[in-house]
Design a protein around this ligand. Structure first.
Ligand code: AMP
Length: 395
């Protein structure tokens, strides 16, 4: 797949109506935005288009309105926040492809910005319906995709519109594919991947792709116990995917064949039950006693992983080392976050829980790149073609 895509700078935008797909799917508490990071992340592309006299038509989804208008999911709070951040009015059309969107788009002057309503108010959006894509495209003359978080979805606003308009990427997508693409193509070595989280099944594709590229693969989280079980260790009542034991064995065999060091926890923090305030203790073993479950990596493992990370050239991390939402089991994830931050390596955090942990612990500035898309970054690291990127013009 070619990740060398044309950007907003490679197309003449002056005086043109430009439809920009952003990811404004921000966390909300009622009508209040609780974290505007995604809106702020979209600003460089929007500002470039304004400064270069485009007529900017922004679009996004928010939540899951299930294909019909629902005031709970209106983009009105987003329009208000954008207006504050840009220091200029950002009118919101009352519809997506209807009369108000068309009238407001027709009234735009060079350098103006507007927002159309939540694209998921139409059920055709997620079906990538060609007629809906065509209607959406007819609002503009150029399409810019800057929503990395939804680039792994083939929807009308993320991919379908590109059938009808010249399509390029914004700065956010450009940055995501440049940093992750370079890391995969020409990593500074040693290249270390850290994979955690709950399920092997979610990450088989990434593990398989990364085993062809990395020098070391670090495993943590509940995923480790499926590997323990595949090795014949006792795992007590730890989370385990019984139907993935063969997959775990294949992964270990491939690692050996490729001479990739595969590191599993050597000690664990275990609890009596899957509860925040459960009784817990450390065990200096890679076997979990009957009636206990592994909920985090132990101190020795933290040390081992930190030592491995300090010398790394490139680090890719996806998934927590334990139940990091609960303070008693957050130590492993915090320790890995610290080690990655201090490693001096090119560090890429693949969205989701690991990104949240890094931000909460205050290490965000020390990372080379925190992906804005959890699912999208995983699919990217799997080597899959992302429809929202494949549809853009090659350089
Ligand atoms: P994922 O979405 O696959 O990255 O998994 C993230 C989830 O894995 C988080 O909600 C963690 O609480 C959970 N998790 C991590 N380690 C464990 C564990 N040892 N036991 C149960 N859940 C875990």
């Amino acid at each position: 797949m070619n990740y060398n895509k044309k950007t907003v700078e490679d197309i003449a935008v002056s005086g043109k109506k430009v439809l920009v797909r952003c990811d404004f799917n921000v966390p909300m508490d009622g009508q209040t935005i609780t974290d505007d990071k995604r809106i702020v992340a979209a600003l460089p592309t929007i500002k470039y288009l304004i400064d270069n006299n485009a007529k900017v038509i922004l679009c996004s989804h928010l939540g899951r309105p299930k294909g019909e208008f629902n005031p709970k999911y209106t983009l009105a709070p987003i329009a208000a926040r954008l207006s504050e951040l840009l220091g200029k009015p950002v009118p919101l059309a009352a519809d997506v492809i209807g009369g108000d969107a068309r009238a407001k788009a027709a009234a735009l002057k060079d350098g103006d910005v507007m927002l159309i309503e939540n694209v998921r108010f139409h059920k055709e959006e997620e079906k990538n319906d060609p007629e809906f894509s065509k209607q959406l495209a007819s609002l503009a003359e150029i399409y810019v995709n800057d929503a990395f978080g939804t680039a792994h979805r083939a929807h009308s606003s993320t991919a379908g519109v590109a059938d009808y308009l010249p399509a390029v990427c914004g700065y956010l997508i450009q940055k995501e594919i440049k940093i992750m693409g370079d890391a995969l193509a020409e990593p500074k070595r040693p290249f270390v991947a850290i994979l955690g989280g709950a399920k092997v099944s979610d990450k088989i594709g990434v593990i398989n792709n990364l085993l062809d590229k990395v020098d070391t693969l670090i495993i943590g989280g509940a995923m480790a116990y499926t590997f323990f079980r595949a090795l014949g260790n006792s795992i007590g009542i730890s989370l385990c995917e019984e139907d993935k034991l063969d997959v775990a064995r294949e992964i270990m065999a491939k690692a050996e064949e490729k001479k990739v060091a595969l590191l599993l926890p050597v000690d664990n923090i275990i609890g009596r039950e899957y509860k925040e305030d459960t009784v817990f203790m450390r065990i200096y073993s890679d076997s979990i006693p009957a009636g206990w479950m592994g909920l985090d990596i132990g101190d020795k493992t933290q040390e081992l992983y930190a030592k491995t990370l300090i010398g790394a050239g490139t680090v890719v991390w996806n998934g927590p080392m334990g139940v990091s939402e609960w303070s008693n089991f957050a130590g492993g994830t915090a320790s890995v976050a610290h080690a990655v931050a201090e490693s001096g390596a090119v560090s890429i955090i693949g969205g989701g829980d690991s990104a949240a942990a890094v931000e909460k612990l205050g290490y965000a500035d020390k990372m080379t790149h925190i992906s804005t898309g959890g699912g999208a970054s995983l699919e990217f690291l799997e080597g899959l073609e992302l429809p929202g990127i494949a549809c853009l013009q090659d350089k």
